[in-house]
Design a protein around this ligand. Structure first.
Ligand code: NAD
Length: 293
């Protein structure tokens, strides 16, 4: 059984990003990423902090905007429009989820699609469906694809089953795996909360991607012998023995599933580190496209 080391593969992506940033700087261009946080959700705050820190480490200009939970939709969109027009900024990310009085879809639509490094704008969703490589693909599924390729697992011709149909993970993951070319060419099945005979379908998977949001949902009975399992889940479960009172587990019951797999990602240390790595890579891509280099 191969344990897919997301930390190590993320370091490879960071090394590529760092050298791309240096090459841009040699031409007088500094990639810039703006991260916007509304409110004080602790998990969101910690994601924003890591994105800011990673930008600094890679030489990317980082603009962190922390707005109070009382920020109105108009104020938030006004900030997005200011960032759209700012030549020092190539990537814009509004941390999800915003407070309930904000219409997240409207905010995403306000982002210039050329700066939408999260890949959530309708233009980028369409570009993914159209196999247009100039678009931005959501960072988590892009990271999962990269994990497969870096581990020598070619999805071509294989049966990939994706559990979950969210716009952030499941749906773009399915599109990536079925796209023509490297990292794609798989036969894809998507299963979700309304699927019948779920375990029967997941047991057919050569590659099983779990993006459900339920701790330990995928059991040994869901997985065929020799399958590759990518666990996207990040779930907090109470653990009085842990310093913080909780620990992070995936959507896969690792202990019972791992022995059946040819390869599997751990949680933490699998998909998680790839998401931020692909965000940084997307920022460099946006910078190159906007600067025309
Ligand atoms: P979501 O809640 O938007 O979607 C979950 C999907 O799972 C839905 O499409 C639903 O149909 C499906 N589902 C729910 N219950 C099910 C059931 N009983 N049987 C079958 N399918 C079921 O969640 P999301 O944003 O796609 O995130 C999924 C998981 O991935 C979460 O644990 C989240 O924390 C994690 N996540 C991790 C990263 C990362 O960086 N590693 C990034 C994004 C999300």
């Amino acid at each position: 059984m191969q344990l897919i080391d997301g930390k190590q593969i993320a370091l490879q992506v960071h090394a590529e990003t760092r050298s791309a940033v240096q090459a841009l700087k040699a031409r007088g261009i500094v990639p810039g990423l703006a991260v916007v946080l509304v409110g004080d959700d602790p998990a969101s705050r910690s994601y924003v902090r890591s994105k800011d820190k990673m930008s600094h480490e890679l030489g990317i200009h980082s603009a962190k905007h922390e707005l109070p939970a009382t920020t109105t939709q108009e104020e938030l969109i006004a900030l997005v429009e200011k960032l759209n027009a700012d030549p020092a900024i190539h990537g814009i990310l509004v941390q999800s989820p915003p407070p309930p009085h904000i219409d997240e879809a409207a905010v995403i639509r306000a982002i210039d699609p050329r700066k939408d490094v999260d890949g959530f704008h309708p233009v980028n969703v369409a570009k993914l469906a159209l196999d247009d490589p100039s678009g931005f693909v959501p960072c988590t599924p892009l990271g999962c694809q990269r994990l497969l390729l870096a581990s020598g697992i070619d999805p071509a011709g294989k049966h990939a089953v994706v559990i979950g149909r969210s716009m952030i993970v499941g749906k773009p993951m399915a599109l990536l795996l079925m796209a023509k070319g490297k990292g794609g060419d798989a036969t894809v099945t998507v299963v979700h909360s309304r699927s019948r005979n779920l375990a029967e379908l997941t047991r057919q998977a050569d590659i099983l991607v779990a993006a459900i949001g339920r701790p330990g949902f995928v059991k040994a009975g869901h997985v065929r012998e020799g399958a590759v399992v990518i666990d996207v889940g990040i779930n907090r479960v109470e653990d009085p023995t842990a310093a913080k009172g909780y620990r992070i587990v995936g959507d896969v019951a690792f202990e019972e599933v791992a022995p059946k797999c040819s390869a599997i990602t751990p949680v933490p240390g699998g998909v998680g580190p790839m998401t931020i790595a692909m965000l940084m890579a997307n920022t460099v891509k946006a910078c190159r496209q906007i600067s025309g280099v």
